[in-house]
Design a protein around this ligand. Sequence first.
Ligand code: 5GP
Ligand code: ZN
Length: 111
Amino acid sequence: SCVFCQIVVGERAATIIHQDALVTAFRDINPQAPTHILIIPNEHIPGIAEIEEQHGDLVARMFATANHLAHSEGLSRGYRLVLNQGPLAGQSVFHLHLHLLGGRAMRWPPG
Ligand code: 5GP
Ligand code: ZN
């Protein structure tokens, strides 16, 4: 019933731009920047709170994929990675996901 698990196995449509044994990356359905990609573990991990020592390779792959996609998206002048954890941060999908945002100037602090 998790929408991101459904995207990983192809049961739900998404514009997938990278998939390997550990992670899947696809375009956000409601983009907040010219580039807005979500990088997720193929395995269902609800959020940062459930990351364990054994997920080291997986977490490293998420960041390595962000770096790879930032290059292929032409974000040489910078980009932002966001992880929303819990309701106060606005997490709305409880399957860990790293937002890759780029293609426009980012504000600080984030809203
Ligand atoms: P959160 O607010 O949990 O950090 O981010 C969830 C993100 O997932 C949102 O930016 C939302 O637009 C995106 N999203 C939610 N459902 C879907 C979907 O079915 N397909 C895609 N491509 N993105 C989704
Ligand atoms: Zn899931």
